[in-house]
Ligand binder design. Structure first.
Ligand SMILES: O=C(O)[C@@H](CO)OP(=O)(O)O
Ligand SMILES: [Mn+2]
Ligand SMILES: [Mn+2]
Length: 532
């Protein structure tokens, strides 16, 4: 149940306020516990970091905690290693030799899911103060999904001030060159909508699009013209002065995509790197040196050059279950397909053993999900029931994206429907599991839909707009998630082991081994159940 967490608050809680008879029944009748799904429990820098799907699925699949991208980049910057590495040197030398510009493209916020603005600032400082590059350009993707839904100017205004001060001090010329909402351009994932990447290319690379004198004016104008639009959906813009766009990407330039998380960074990286590329016409396609903050796909080696090495996740559960001959199915719709495959398997896209594994992707709708909160849950369920009853698999993992994808829209009524849809489908899966003589685990990778209104951190009170409406929250949460075991035949023989210290997502893998009758690897975090 992606993005369905537990919160004691009921106001703005689409899970508590939704009609969820199956979930209610499970919590009434089955062993369950709450798992930590954020912060250090999933390898993030601090417990102030909310959970997300990458770290959540990595943790579930890996069975133990790995320091994650956010932490690895912090460390590489703090130690100076990032700036001594081959990739940084190569990009600096390339644009210096060609009298080119150093470009940065990425998500401008401190959400710490895909990126962190402090990483960008540290690189700009080094590029100007230390490397003495005369010119840098920044292409900003507006967030509103991992941070407040209309917080773009809270980042853009201080950032413009930071650039002004930096330019004054170093004599360099650093400017914002283009941008747009992250759900409109550049950050598509799992090939759901290449059109977004094509539009990002046109904006950042060609410098084509509606022109504004500054990012601030672009944002203010778009908000005035489209009342109610939230940052992630703001249209693209190009910054121009009297002589035209200030920062198209040209031959001899270097480009750093500064997001560290892979799913939404792979497509744009492919557009920069692949010679045989047929997803959209790249006109122009400048000769540049390109690098990502991290290696985004460890199997396909995308991109070729990266600044920081990703966590090297090994011996994740899918791999070890293959070694034990367990036949496995992974299933979801496009929006979360990579989550149950690529993230679950430690950020690798290939199978471990094609004879034992099958991956099913149900194509997602390409619409804003508040318009289709049911998404493809029914289709996923039809298919999984067929597969459960076929007896072809020993272990099935399934992701319902609704709580998360609809939660991100900030539309409360839609989130309500999303949660009820998931509950309805869980009910259908329960029946199939019972018929097949299996066991069902119901859990989640992090919260979202259980907290649809912003709350004051100190008082816990819901924040309100001037007109009294609650402020929508689009981001993930710090809440724990349920871990419920439905064992229709077991007659109460399974119990939660209360002695497991600080249970979190990383305890799930060993628990699956336990339920499959296998000894869990001793380097996994301990299983959650007592089996008697
Ligand atoms: O949509 C996304 O990219 C993230 C939020 O930034 O959500 P999730 O981690 O659930 O995929
Ligand atoms: Mn998720
Ligand atoms: Mn999400």
């Amino acid at each position: 149940m992606d993005g369905i967490g537990y919160s004691e608050y009921t106001e703005g809680n689409a899970v508590a306020e939704g009609y969820t008879p199956h979930l209610d029944w499970l919590l009434e009748n089955c062993p369950y516990t709450l798992l930590r799904a954020h912060g250090t429990a999933v390898g993030l820098p601090s417990d102030a970091d909310m959970g997300n799907s990458e770290v959540g699925h990595n943790a579930i699949g890996a069975g133990r905690i790995y320091p994650q991208g956010a932490r690895l980049v912090n460390e590489a910057i703090a130690s100076g290693r990032l700036f001594q590495g081959d990739t940084w040197r190569k990009l600096i030398d390339y644009c210096r030799r060609n009298n080119g510009t150093l470009h940065f493209i990425g998500l401008l916020s401190d959400g710490n899911v895909h990126s962190h603005i402090d990483h960008l600032k540290a690189m700009l400082r080094c590029a100007t103060e230390v490397e003495r590059l005369p010119r840098c350009r920044v292409h900003i993707l507006l967030d509103g999904r991992d941070v407040g839904e209309t917080s773009a100017l809270d980042y853009v205004i201080p950032f413009e001030e930071f650039l002004r001060e930096l330019n004054e001090r170093t004599g360099s010329d650093v400017r914002i060159a283009s941008g747009g909402g992250r759900m409109k351009i550049t950050m598509d994932r799992y090939e759901a909508d290449w059109g977004m990447v094509a539009l990002g290319w046109k904006t950042h690379v060609a410098g084509e699009g509606r022109a504004f004198p500054s990012a601030r004016e672009a944002i203010e104008t778009y908000r005035r013209e489209n009342p109610g639009v939230i940052d992630q959906d703001l249209p693209p813009f190009v910054i121009a002065d009297a002589s035209g766009p200030v920062g198209p990407i040209r031959d001899g330039d270097s480009v750093i995509f500064f997001n560290y998380r892979g799913d939404r960074a792979i497509e744009i990286s492919r557009a920069f790197e692949e010679d045989d590329f047929d997803k959209f016409p790249r006109e122009p396609r400048p000769k540049v040196a390109y690098a990502g903050m991290m290696e985004y796909d460890g199997d396909l080696h995308i991109p070729k050059n990266y600044l920081v090495s990703p966590p090297h996740i090994q011996q994740s559960m899918a791999e070890l279950l293959c070694e034990r001959g367990i036949r496995q199915l992974a299933i979801s719709e496009t929006q979360k397909f990579g989550h149950v495959t690529y993230f679950w398997n430690g950020n690798r896209s290939g199978k471990f053993n094609p004879d034992l594994e099958e991956y099913i992707e149900i194509p997602s709708d390409a619409v804003p999900f508040e318009q289709r909160p049911w998404m493809k849950a029914a289709e996923i369920t039809d298919r999984v029931i067929e597969e459960i009853l076929s007896g072809r698999f020993d272990f099935i993992r399934l992701n319902y994206p609704n709580g998360d994808m609809v939660g991100h829209t900030g539309v409360y009524q839609a989130a309500h429907i999303a949660v009820e849809v998931v509950d309805l489908c869980v009910g259908r899966v329960m029946k199939a599991v019972e018929k097949a003589g299996g066991i069902l685990i119901v859990t989640a990778d992090h919260g979202n839909a259980e907290e649809m209104f912003e709350r004051d951190e100190k008082t816990g009170k819901v924040k309100l707009h001037a007109d009294g409406r609650p402020k929508a929250k689009t981001a993930h949460t710090l809440n724990p998630v349920w871990f419920i075991v439905y064992d229709p035949e077991g007659k109460g023989t399974l119990r939660i082991n209360d002695r497991v210290p600080h249970p979190g997502l990383t305890n799930i893998a060993a628990t699956c081994f336990q339920l499959l009758g296998l000894e869990p690897p001793e380097f996994y975090d301990p299983p959650l159940l007592l089996v008697s």
